[in-house]
Design a protein around this ligand. Structure first.
Ligand code: FAD
Ligand code: UDP
Length: 374
């Protein structure tokens, strides 16, 4: 019987919550712990006391997916409001549209090109000698050519990742579309939305089950109980006490800006110029357009990125091209660790969006349940 097993899930973010719920629905009791005093991990949202605005405490989160199963799953636990992410960038004192689209190209080069003309123009700009781009820099040069690359990607990426773009994988830039029309939707996915009552409400709904015990302010290291199985969504290297070294992460600092009315007129303004110390400013009431007008005051955050120190919150796994060896050594140990499944953005040291996180957690739970039947 499933309910006899002692199962611990480390982390009450989307990964941990979804696994707990899938197991709970099949009769397995789990203990979910998190060392923070709230659930939802880095997706945590709460209303700011002064303005009433729903703030994404660990940076802006927009839900987008092509996975119908995941879209149905999130809608089961909360109302998703229509939301389209539209990002702007201030470059050398001028505002442009992102992701790079026909408007950006025409604005930047001072032209009025048609889609076909712009395509031919970008091909003439792009570095055709790079066949299979390996690094972020090669991908950028091949993708949009040097001028656009330098204006929009080079400075931003150096600030965001703190390393030479030639040492970062091409996959980071492959996340972004390039369009030859005026569509400025930041994402290509068919489903996109924002939870009406925030992400934490959704995660709490996932965790609300008689078979799930949630213990906050509790670190895995402080637990004295024994378990038959552990699902670990914390940092992979931390599980092993960092004994062969630390995987590199970037952390973020958020500097609040409080103002009357509207601060920047949009949710996200990127600042790619290298002279500007922060990467972007996000104004959180614009993530909730259905209620934005009701707030008299506003709160925005300047976002600064830096290397993650021992006591900082790990945000982005860096995954430098030359950083693979240490990861592989940890991965090998993780694969051989009996009774522990490593999951999530930190547990697998990967750059995972929320939809992928939920999809993977569903698969991990399904595999675990299947292994119990076998
Ligand atoms: P987490 O949310 O990090 O949860 C892990 C939890 O484990 C944490 O609460 C932590 O406190 C806890 N924990 C760790 N170690 C221990 C331990 N030893 N003991 C006890 N507890 C522990 N995704 C999108 O889809 N759209 C976006 O717009 C988007 N924007 C993002 C912006 C930023 C700045 C960042 C950093 C990420 C963004 N993401 C976005 C990704 C999203 O945050 C992740 O997909 C999601 O948080 C992964 O969930 P998780 O449960 O795997 O990890
Ligand atoms: N990027 C950039 N300039 C921008 C926006 C993004 O150079 O104006 C790069 C940057 O390296 C970033 C990556 O593209 O890490 C992916 O962008 P995304 O907006 O997906 O980043 P996230 O929301 O995950 O921080």
């Amino acid at each position: 019987m499933g309910s006899d097993l002692r199962i611990c899930i480390v982390g009450a973010g989307f990964s941990g919550a979804v696994i707990a719920r899938e197991l709970a629905d099949k009769g397995y009791r789990t203990l979910v712990i998190d060392e923070r005093s709230h659930s939802a991990g880095n997706c945590h949202t709460e209303r700011d006391a002064e303005t009433g605005v729903m703030v994404h405490k660990y940076g802006p989160h927009i839900f987008h997916t092509a996975d119908e199963k995941v879209w149905a799953y999130i809608n089961r636990f909360g109302e998703m409001m229509p939301y389209v992410n539209r990002v702007k960038a201030t470059v050398k004192g001028k505002v442009y549209s992102l992701p790079i689209n026909l408007h950006t190209i025409n604005q930047f080069f001072g032209k009025a090109m048609s889609p076909d003309e712009a395509k031919a123009f970008i091909v003439s700009q792009a570095r055709s000698d790079i066949e299979e781009p390996q690094s972020f820099e090669e991908q950028g040069m091949k993708f949009v050519g040097e001028d656009l690359y330098k204006a929009f990607f080079d400075g931003y990426t150096r600030k965001q990742w703190g390393v030479e773009p030639s040492t970062l994988p091409a996959s980071i830039l492959k996340r972004l579309p390039l369009r030859f029309n005026y569509d400025d939707n930041y994402f290509n996915h068919p489903y996109q939305g924002m939870p009406k009552d925030g992400y934490s409400k959704i995660v709490d709904g996932i965790l609300a089950h008689d078979n799930i015990e949630v213990r906050l302010d509790c670190s895995y290291e402080s637990l004295e109980e024994d378990f038959d199985h552990v699902f670990y969504t914390g940092p992979l290297d931390r599980y092993f006490g960092y004994d062969i070294g630390r995987l590199s992460y970037r952390t973020l600092d958020f500097e609040p800006i409080r103002a009357e009315g509207d601060f920047q007129g949009t949710a996200v303004m990127n600042y790619p110029d290298p002279e500007v110390p922060f990467t972007r400013i996000s104004e959180h009431k614009h993530f909730a357009p259905w209620e934005a007008e009701t707030f008299e005051k506003t709160i925005a955050f300047k976002e600064f990125s830096r290397n993650c120190g021992e006591n900082d919150i790990p945000y982005y796994p860096i995954r430098r091209l030359d950083d693979k060896q240490l990861l592989e050594a940890y991965e090998e140990r993780a694969a051989n660790e009996d009774g522990v499944t490593f999951v999530g953005r930190l547990g697998t040291y990967q750059y995972l969006d929320m939809d992928v996180t939920i999809g993977r957690a569903l698969t991990v739970a399904e595999e675990f349940l299947a292994s119990r039947k076998a």
